[in-house]
Write a protein that binds this ligand. Structure first.
Ligand SMILES: Nc1ncnc2c1ncn2[C@@H]1O[C@H](COP(=O)(O)OP(=O)(O)OP(=O)(O)O)[C@@H](O)[C@H]1O
Ligand SMILES: [Mg+2]
Length: 214
């Protein structure tokens, strides 16, 4: 399955969640995962270089990638070399490359913030994405949710996004997410994402079953 982490709005948590989801799939399901870093600045791969090789206990590939690499990863996925390819995308307006990646996705994880300015970027992304790809399963993740966040706003945004896909349990605003290490994962952050990721994982399995029933 090819899952993209996308939102036109920057800084919503795409790279952070892509990395944590790779660790989650690998830790709990022993899945073979490849993370393609297609964020223009290759921030994840640069961080990985600093952090050093991934530990034996945590095993996934993390590669800086372009469209050609994505094709190769798709082939590897078909041939069973990987169970999941996760693509970390850049924010900003969709260019030709982004459109091609949108087209190939089986599922989308879209982290968002429930404030008006950020939400506009998310809605623009949705409009563009659903025009290109109407087959993918969409999962929205309310991220960096503060303790004092307005419940009313959270609910209103949730019901708006539920027209397009599933909205996961919220992720709190915590420094544990900023201490992520590509080498060893983060036990605390993994605990914080567990409920949301379980929901996304179940949703992905259901979607896979629908698109290729056995
Ligand atoms: N739940 C959270 N709590 C606190 N900080 C978070 C949380 N999620 C992400 N962050 C922090 O927010 C910042 C932006 O996250 P990240 O780089 O993952 O976003 P992004 O969507 O990939 O950004 P870009 O659009 O620039 O690629 C990072 O410093 C990250 O550590
Ligand atoms: Mg990023």
């Amino acid at each position: 399955m090819l899952i993209i982490f996308a939102n036109q709005k920057g800084g919503t948590g795409k790279s952070t969640l892509a990395l944590l989801y790779a660790a989650y799939l690998n830790t709990y399901y022993k899945s073979r995962v490849c993370v393609l870093d297609m964020d223009g600045q290759h921030s994840l791969s640069q961080k990985a270089q600093k952090d050093g090789p991934v530990q034996d206990t945590l095993s996934y590939h993390l590669l800086p990638a372009d469209l050609q690499d994505l094709e190769v990863a798709r082939e590897n996925l078909k041939e069973g070399e990987y169970d999941y390819v996760l693509v970390d995308l850049s924010s900003g307006r969709p260019n030709q490359e982004l459109v091609a990646v949108y087209d190939t996705a089986d599922a989308v994880v879209c982290p968002y913030h429930a404030d008006e300015l950020t939400l506009n970027g998310t809605l623009v992304f949705l409009k563009v994405f659903t025009n290109i790809n109407d087959r993918a399963a969409l999962f929205f993740v309310p991220n960096k949710v503060r303790r004092n966040a307005s419940e009313h706003t959270q609910k209103a945004v949730k019901s708006m996004l539920e027209k397009y896909g599933a909205v996961s349990s919220p992720l709190p605003d915590r420094p544990d997410f900023q201490r992520l290490n590509t080498q060893a994962g983060s036990v605390k952050a993994m605990e914080l994402v567990r409920a949301a990721f379980d929901e996304i994982h179940q949703g992905c399995l259901q979607h896979l079953h629908q698109i290729s029933p056995k």
